[in-house]
Design a binder for this molecule. Sequence first.
Ligand SMILES: Cc1cc2nc3c(=O)[nH]c(=O)nc-3n(C[C@H](O)[C@H](O)[C@H](O)COP(=O)(O)OP(=O)(O)OC[C@H]3O[C@@H](n4cnc5c(N)ncnc54)[C@H](O)[C@@H]3O)c2cc1C
Ligand code: FES
Length: 305
Amino acid sequence: MPDKHFVIPRQDINREDFTSSIPDFNRRSEFMKTDMGHKCIITSIVRLTEQEKLFKLRIIDHHERGIFRFKPGQFLMLELPGYGDVPISISSSNSNHEFLELCIRKAGHVTSALFTLDEGAHVAIRGPFGSSFPMDEMAGNNVLLIAGGIGIAPLRAPLFWISEHRERFLNVAVLYGVKEPSQLLFTYQFDEWEKINHITLHTIAEHAEAGWRGKNGMITDLFQDISIDPEHTYAIVCGPPVMFKIVCSYLDNLGIPMNRMFVSLERRMHCGMGKCCRCMVGSTFTCVDGPVFDYWTVMNLKEAI
Ligand SMILES: Cc1cc2nc3c(=O)[nH]c(=O)nc-3n(C[C@H](O)[C@H](O)[C@H](O)COP(=O)(O)OP(=O)(O)OC[C@H]3O[C@@H](n4cnc5c(N)ncnc54)[C@H](O)[C@@H]3O)c2cc1C
Ligand code: FES
């Protein structure tokens, strides 16, 4: 008979009770609760450009809709049955408990299939997942919201948050760069941001197009138009890694501390909740420890960018 003190109990590491009893280094147990799908109906689809559409989703179950909450910067796993699921940032206000907006670029297999759907189609979501932008920490300061291309999608949730709590912030500016002027998204909201929410908007396009009277150049050229007080400024930078690397090192040179700049990292994801290891950068899970990281952390993550 083996001594009972030497019998190692068999444990299934996928079981919730086991996982949540281990030390919570990565806040992973917190996310076990989100392994639940919500069926949604697509209530509207707005074609923003040839490549991007804005999908408005409503969680069908009244109770599930009532308790669904998220923070600016978090993402969902959006599932299209028969095709697969993709991580997509929530691009609407977290005070809107009726609808979720997702701005999606047609990139490949799943997103192309999503582009064939019509209003009334059903999809499923899991989440919300991941870390968020520290909106409360930023309050009382100037905020720069810097987007390159589709990076405006994750930036919209913090933008809504700031607009709804505008009195808590000093100067707020959106710096938004695209390759061609026709790629600018949400142009129909520009007036609202500027005139109603008192957010200064600066746009720039790398290449000119007929009828474009705005600026041409790289996104960093927009810094000539604004004055920055590094001691009282936070920055959220969303876009391709090459862009946020250039922007963040520019802001670093201006004296903004790296832990006051926030970026959203993109990795291929499957589970969204720290189980499949698909999104790992070193020992860090982009889905759970991120996708929002401060720039100091990103610089210390090997091969993050
Ligand atoms: C946290 C997070 C938030 C995101 N938010 C949005 C969003 O708001 N809107 C949006 O349009 N897209 C977003 N993405 C990117 C989106 O998830 C990918 O475009 C999507 O998964 C592509 O799936 P697919 O099956 O259509 O393409 P695939 O057929 O799988 O791939 C097509 C191309 O896209 C590239 N790709 C696939 N997945 C990713 C990825 N995760 N990151 C970067 N490149 C990828 C592939 O390398 C390939 O070149 C986000 C990604 C992450 C990780
Ligand atoms: S996506 Fe599965 S561990 Fe991050």
